[in-house]
Write a protein that binds this ligand. Structure first.
Ligand SMILES: O=C(O)CCC(=O)C(=O)O
Ligand SMILES: [Fe+2]
Length: 209
């Protein structure tokens, strides 16, 4: 039995302010699968990245862990919980990227990068469009009971202005967002509120051209 329910790709993307799609909990995988993935969310082997000083690129702070690189190399899969290993194998296995290509009317991504991220209290990701070597970004969330007022929400922007929010995705368990990269695909992650708000966990899948 696959973990991913291929029916999630029957949806049509939004066209405003660029091409993107939000999926509801239960669409991408059954809720009990999402719960088990959240329970087993890998905790070790992250790099703390603080790019708040800028330097021309996007401004952000998080913990990041690469699961599969664009060169086809997979990192540390043996150390992953069994369910996570299965999920990474399914994502990199071929059907997933063909389904995404059909949904987005794009060429099949020649390569994927798969990462985990954790955002702690005060972490954020400033406005950006993603690098132009990306075809799409798919972000899946694993946060039971996450509330909008805790921050850490994905905000779809009309432009580079952080105030130009067109839509908000609350990163609740099992929800996901699929973004088609373009010069107008501006988005950001609002700052995660202070303790006792828990860490925000996510899986990122980038299609690389
Ligand atoms: O975590 C999210 O909701 C968005 C992440 C993102 O946009 C990125 O890593 O480029
Ligand atoms: Fe992004």
């Amino acid at each position: 039995m696959p973990l991913i329910d291929a029916r999630w790709t029957r949806r049509s993307p939004n066209t405003e302010p660029f091409r993107w799609l939000a999926t509801e909990p239960g669409e991408l995988f059954p809720l009990d699968v999402a719960e088990r993935l959240a329970d087993d969310f890998p905790k070790d082997g992250y790099a703390r990245i603080d790019a708040s000083a800028g330097g021309g690129g996007k401004s952000y702070r998080n913990y990041s862990k690469v699961l599969a690189g664009p060169d086809g190399a997979t990192a540390d899969l043996a150390g992953l919980p069994e369910l996570w290993r299965r999920l990474v194998e399914e994502i990199t296995g071929g059907d997933y990227r063909r389904d995404v290509a059909r949904l987005l009317d794009q060429p099949v991504a020649p390569a994927l990068e798969v990462r985990l991220a954790r955002h702690a209290n005060g972490d954020w990701l400033g406005p950006h469009t993603d690098r132009d070597d990306k075809l799409f970004s798919h972000i899946v969330y694993f946060n039971p009971g996450w509330r909008r007022e805790w921050g850490g929400c994905l905000e779809i922007l009309r432009g580079s202005d952080p105030g130009s929010v067109a839509a908000t995705v609350v990163p609740v368990l099992g929800a996901s967002a699929l973004l088609v990269r373009s010069d107008s695909s501006w988005h950001q992650v609002s700052t995660v509120a202070a303790d006792p708000v828990p860490e925000r966990t996510s899986l990122l899948i980038h299609g690389i051209a």
